[in-house]
Design a protein around this ligand. Structure first.
Ligand SMILES: [Zn+2]
Length: 169
């Protein structure tokens, strides 16, 4: 991330609108629950790489967008597959929600607190756990959060938050 890259600013759409946009994108892209995201990133013109092991800031993911169709998502070196998936989906949220508003190359780091980060998390939830499929799985597995998390390739925590958001728990 350099000084030449702008920081994202919030799109200020509602949580429901952002989740709906992510679900529509997942549907249009033919993304199935639990399917790896890397091929999708590649189709969009992006790449995914890992932070070097000696990077002190190892807990953060980030995205640097040079222009439409050219971006790099960097993942922390020490996290698991479910966390990496959520990070990729989160960074795609910055790409779809925030880059179009930014008339310059953009860089976003993952802090997890301000509005911009919430928006990216909502996008990630919608992309990885579309509501219709999630509800169906929740019924089928009787609310077994670990099983449902494994099916969607997310952490149990992410699945539980989604279930709460959908009024299932
Ligand atoms: Zn972020």
């Amino acid at each position: 991330m350099s000084a030449e890259h702008a920081s994202p600013s919030p799109c200020n759409a509602s949580k429901a609108a952002i989740i709906a946009a992510a679900e529509k994108f997942a549907c249009d892209a033919g993304l199935q629950p639990g399917e790896p995201l890397e091929p999708l990133v590649e189709r969009l013109g992006g790449k995914v790489c890992y932070k070097p092991l000696d990077d002190a800031d190892f807990d953060d993911g980030s995205i640097v967008v040079e222009c439409q169709g050219r971006f790099t998502i960097t993942l922390p070196a020490y996290t698991g597959a479910a966390r990496d998936r959520f990070t990729i989906a989160h960074e795609l949220g910055h790409y779809f929600l925030h880059f179009p508003r930014c008339c310059a190359p953009m860089a976003a780091k993952r802090y997890g607190s301000d509005r911009v980060e919430w928006e990216a998390n909502w996008f990630a939830a919608g992309l990885l756990m579309p509501s219709a499929q999630f509800r169906e799985a929740w019924q089928a597995w009787n609310g077994h959060a670990e099983k449902i998390a494994a099916l969607f390739g997310v952490s149990t925590r992410a699945a539980t938050i989604r279930a709460k958001g959908l009024g299932l728990v």
